[in-house]
Design a protein around this ligand. Sequence first.
Ligand code: PEP
Ligand code: MN
Length: 261
Amino acid sequence: MKTKKIKNTKNKEFIIKGLNFKKDFLTIAGPCSIESLDQILKIAKELKSKINILRGGAFKPRTSPYDFQGLGKEGLIYLKKAADQYNLLSVSEILDPRDTKLFSECVDIIQVGARNMYNYPLLKELGKTNKPVLLKRAFSATIYEFLSSAEYIMKEGNTNIILCERGTRGFEKNLNVNSIAELKKKTNLPIIVDPSHASIDSTVIRDITRAVVAMGVNGIMLEVHTNPSESISDKEQAIDVSLFKKILKDIKKIRNLKFEP
Ligand code: PEP
Ligand code: MN
């Protein structure tokens, strides 16, 4: 059998507006979807001193075509307003390669969601920009496939990549901690985890976050809403600001632990 080759997927340090993506802990939070200017401004105000990157979806990859599809360009403009007002970096998911210019103008980091990890034309397009790309692992992707997608972006010249584990599909919802350890061995790209989409359950997010932070990940992405039960999308996993603050305290404590090398 032919052995599959993964290049030694590595990148250099990259710093955007003072945030060092390889050294600083990336705390990414915000709603699943941007619902209105008022909503994103409110949550940004609540989170401003606790996070470094504000998330919010404007182009939503919903399983059902009848569900809310996001505010589109308008949503990205709202996100930019909120991020600029509170001096935060922003991240939002792109679906269509034709929107690359729009995203480059509105956000600091472009997210490729799980469903698009295999969208090679999109990856190539993003590889031609110098915007950091937050690349999420597809539900069924092997590590080889995940890293190969990162290579698609890097091959075009853009090495500013953040890998995001968001759970794969098995018998149950499944965040595979083995694969986080494998990734740490195989690459030096920053690795973050999204316990919100991995669990689809706001009551287990705190536990999952503690575990992966102890593994030494570079950051965490959480869906936080000022009023979770009113969230237009993914309300079952949305956490409120008070739980988010508790999780941040956990993260601080765990990151202060000194493990023997
Ligand atoms: C998201 O982060 O908004 C999202 C849709 O996640 P995923 O691509 O991991 O399903
Ligand atoms: Mn979501």
